[in-house]
Design a protein around this ligand. Sequence first.
Ligand code: AMP
Length: 118
Amino acid sequence: MAYDSNNIFAKILRGEIPCKKVAESAHSLAFEDIDPKAPVHVLVIPKGAYVSQHDFAEHASAEEIQDFWRCVRQVAEQAGVAESGYRTISNHGADALQEVPHYHLHVLGGRPLKVMIR
Ligand code: AMP
């Protein structure tokens, strides 16, 4: 799938629409999900134009990948869920119901989470 630069997270990255920023690094941005499913629900996205995790894993540089995962860790530390536990989810494509076609990782926690898939 080609990257659509009009997707909502691309607009957030360009500053065209606001977000509740949680963390930022050289290649990544983390912000609160607008419709949180848990007390902690943060989205971590790369600043580069990647459609999904599948695309990111193939095309991102080693520096971007390291930066991304360090940002995920920082989010968990800042949110205070590193000890209690947290879940990361990334939806890729239609069967996974990916809504926004810019790679994002959901970081969820802050309470005991239910089973993952029904
Ligand atoms: P996914 O189904 O994995 O593509 O998840 C997309 C997520 O983006 C959902 O959890 C939405 O609540 C969230 N979302 C959509 N628009 C915004 C926005 N403007 N700011 C923050 N989160 C958003």
